[in-house]
Design a protein around this ligand. Sequence first.
Ligand code: UD1
Ligand code: CA
Length: 465
Amino acid sequence: MTNQPVSVVILAAGLGTRMKSGLAKVLHRAGGACLLEHVLRASHSIAPPERTTAVIGHQAGQVRAMVEGYGIRFQVQAEQRGTGHALLCCAETAGIGEGRVVVLYGDCPLISPATLQRLMEQHAVSGAAATVITTHLKDPTGYGRIVRGAGGRVEGIVEEKAASEEQKGITEINSGIYCFEARLLWPHLAAVEPNPASGEIYLTDLVANLNESGHVTLPLPIDDPNEILGINTRVELAYVDRIFRGRKARELMLAGVTIEKPETVTIDLDVEVGRDTLIGPFVQLLGATRLGEECVVGACSILENSELARGARVHAFSSVVDSRLGEGAEAGPYARLRMGAEAGAGAQIGNFVELKKTSLGAGSKAMHLAYLGDSTIGERANIGAGTITCNYDGRKKHPTAIGDGAFVGSNSTLVAPVEIGAGSYVAAGSVITKHVPSDALGIGRSHQTNKADWARARREKNRQS
Ligand code: UD1
Ligand code: CA
């Protein structure tokens, strides 16, 4: 009985009024992914994407576009007529009439793969028609209450509005997450009458319906109420974000990463960090960022879709996006790397230096106040303070090439397209518009003339007048 096919239906058609947003609720982000993505990741542990269907309605186009890449199916519920009606929209979906059907909510992102696994296992062993995840809440207001019957089975689920005073005192609540026997689910769901007050079809009414035909619904109580927390407002969104961030930081620390003030860092789900790497306070590691072993990321730095090889260091207050630092390379404090910037092994990028679409070869240095754009810089080159590549003529971008071992003096202006040959020097303060051959000295500035005694003569003249 355990290897029955499993289908997952994720209910995500609701509007999410309380988010006060033009964006669909399930697309709001927490912990580095949108709410629906978290649910998809968890559900992947019990069913493949081709057996997973999201019921969408409000902002259906937006939702579909966002998660299309997961390869799941979509079912549109044009009018939101209740949770039971939403599930009923999937009745004709291929393959869903056999095996088991698990129902999840698109706005409950903290449900864990382990809990879903337990749900499947208990359901298989008990032989129940339905199993519902429940938990106990100190304040159950707003949730459906679990009314237990003989032998601990679920006799019914009573919504807040319909609950008697006595039932309102029940602290065991309905998570909205269920596992059903498909062959019993579909005929009984089709027989559920709309709620007389709201006209909606409640999935919760299915339980009483099954009972009447002698089919058993059993609860699976879980300890951690966070797992079934549904997001309704941005306050709850922030709360869930904190939980995800906390989980990720803890996981990394247990794997050998030092994190200073872990409650202040923001690390996305898929970020990888090697052992003995040190992450300072308020650091953000986003997207597909990967850090090797023994790296350092200083306080308040932000790394997005970037890579640090072993021993690389990004000092405080730096921004590194879509870029890469080689082994032992350093950047910052206050460095900015973007759009495919690369620093070779041992390269050093200092304060207020920006690299855009630029590679700085192994052992090269740009220590202070420079803009290097669309440039290819060889190994062991020295880029003096204040060097600027003029890569943009107002219409097009142009490249700059700087050879191995070149020395660019401070405050030089390199007007691209231009080449600075290997081993050459550029005199400080030059405006370079022509290629500098290898091993040459390029000087692009007027000669200095000293006027002897000019200053003394001026002072004397001023005294006489
Ligand atoms: C539901 C349960 C309640 C449970 C609670 C847990 C019912 C009748 N009540 O109440 O017992 O304690 O969840 O959070 O099932 N949705 C659709 N289409 C619809 C209606 C809803 O897709 O027509 C989706 C929503 O987008 C949401 C989920 O279903 O993701 C739950 O709907 P919601 O209206 O929030 O149900 P609750 O009133 O919270
Ligand atoms: Ca809800």
